[in-house]
Design a protein around this ligand. Sequence first.
Ligand code: SF4
Ligand code: SF4
Length: 326
Amino acid sequence: MPVAPKGAIILAIARGFCILLIGAGMAQGLVFDIKRFSIHDGPGIRTTVFFKGCPLACRWCHNPESQSSLQELILRPNRCIRCGACLSACPHGATFREDDEYRVKPAKCQLCGTCVEVCYAEAREIVGRSMTVAEVMEQVERDVAFYDQSGGGVTFSGGEPLAQPEFLQAAVQAARERGIHTAVDTCGYAPWPVLEALRPYVDLFLYDLKLMDDEEHRRFTGVSNGPVLENLRALSGAGQAIVLRVPVIPGVNDGPENLRALAAFAASLPHLQGIDLLPYHPTAVEKYERLNRAYSLAALRPPGPEEVAQIAQVLGRPGVPVRIGG
Ligand code: SF4
Ligand code: SF4
């Protein structure tokens, strides 16, 4: 599919996905964080731009604030000093007091940010900032000297960056025009035309691979792995540089059947540059509490180093190094 010309609007419908592609000149997206000096999101020193919104709902997601494609107000009751400033400042009657806690009625909250401004304890935060590509690039370009020295660049992550295709396309092209190495960290769940248009401007895909059984994939992520595997095959067949990223979730995807299938699939991919194993860690529990969401894997413990080393042996092969961590 051709890249959308400036100002053009293209409606792409494929495999049940429906996307509106808007020309690069208008591209604006929702970002929930920009992290500088990252060393786990691709080669060298990088700036990682985290897009907000994801079509998957992985039960182990360690960035639950990235899942919704809308802005969200999050509360940190442990920081609240009970000053009541948010209650009197809220112009929409959304904040209320109950059991000595200052809470919010989601149906009334307009995300105006007034309560965040008056909360000096920083117990409230609006997650998700609408940014233009120029604003993103202004931050990315600050560290060009470090990228040049270390072989780094910019990584677009999420959430799921492919879920904001026109914004991602424009941002990746802007980085390329400035000679900055580009990586896209993706779950791969998107219509192929989105990846096909993006591909020429991406130096490296960091591609998540979780579960090979479709039913299990649906059970733990909410969607089929069909498009994920098809897109991965197509990218690899097109000669794209890819590093697979495999989360290691005890009791979910660390069984021998899944690992054997994953190893066989990985072995069928030409141009695979490596495999990163990402052992589960429970640091997200507090984030789910802040968002007032249930976390079904709260009792899960991280895998031991021996188990991770064994998985590395199963997945590794000559020319395809397995790294533990990103
Ligand atoms: S303004 Fe902040 S610190 Fe004060 S009551 Fe509201 S949430 Fe708590
Ligand atoms: S973001 Fe605005 S509407 Fe929502 S609780 Fe805060 S002040 Fe009220």
